[in-house]
Design a protein around this ligand. Sequence first.
Ligand SMILES: Nc1ncnc2c1ncn2[C@@H]1O[C@H](COP(=O)(O)OP(=O)(O)OP(=O)(O)O)[C@@H](O)[C@H]1O
Ligand SMILES: [Mg+2]
Length: 249
Amino acid sequence: MNPKIILELIDLQKSYGDLSVLKGVNFRVREGELVSIIGPSGSGKSSMLRCCNLLEQPTGGQIVFDGHDITREGVNINRVRQDMGMVFQQFNLYPHLTALGNVALALRCVKKLGKAEAHEQAMAALEQVGLAHKAQAYPAQLSGGQQQRVGIARAVALKPKIILFDEPTSALDPELVSSVLGVMRELRGTGVTMLVVTHEMGFARDVSDRVIFMDGGQVAADDTPDRVFSGTGSDRLATFLSRFHGEQG
Ligand SMILES: Nc1ncnc2c1ncn2[C@@H]1O[C@H](COP(=O)(O)OP(=O)(O)OP(=O)(O)O)[C@@H](O)[C@H]1O
Ligand SMILES: [Mg+2]
């Protein structure tokens, strides 16, 4: 039997004023999957992620998360966000708190844990991303890649049902990208469900269970990495992929 569907978008639509950016997006994510989203700039990838955790209000369609339609009126947004982690392009760490403090604060605020328990679980999350030795460092004392790994630890510590990533490596210097992608690869091995918007085509091809190609506010392809990266069946996909060929080893 297939694992259960944890997130389903049904005819999701989003407009900003007159500008329609999501024109009926449909896809599903099952428990334990890593699904990558690729597509040109402006195709609606960030808007789609931001609708999923209700940072943006969809203008049509449904988002079913863990069996509940979270686009209904009266939904408890805070409850939804407890179960849905988010890792952004900018790391959004508090500069006046240590790595441990940043992760522990999330546990205290969201999970209402006491100090000792929050610190213990924060430490375990930092260990998972290979940063236990930097627990007492402040963000300014960490590389961009290390800061992003703290951001990932903060999401993982809350044990959400899914983690949404929006271009987690695109603010990093090239030599720091692989450490973050490495942590994400390892997370996948532990069964964390992940939906990842990325421009890292090698990562999307090698690590994903499925790859979704978004174009013009719609899902233009949703298939295995091998089939999507063959680029056959869609001129726009082939054109999009051809832009990356020069960048790949
Ligand atoms: N808050 C907003 N108000 C108005 N227009 C917006 C807003 N956010 C995004 N848009 C527009 O919606 C469209 C889709 O933007 P979005 O950020 O979702 O694309 P994207 O696929 O994530 O692009 P990128 O790869 O550059 O991050 C763009 O035309 C953008 O200008
Ligand atoms: Mg974006």
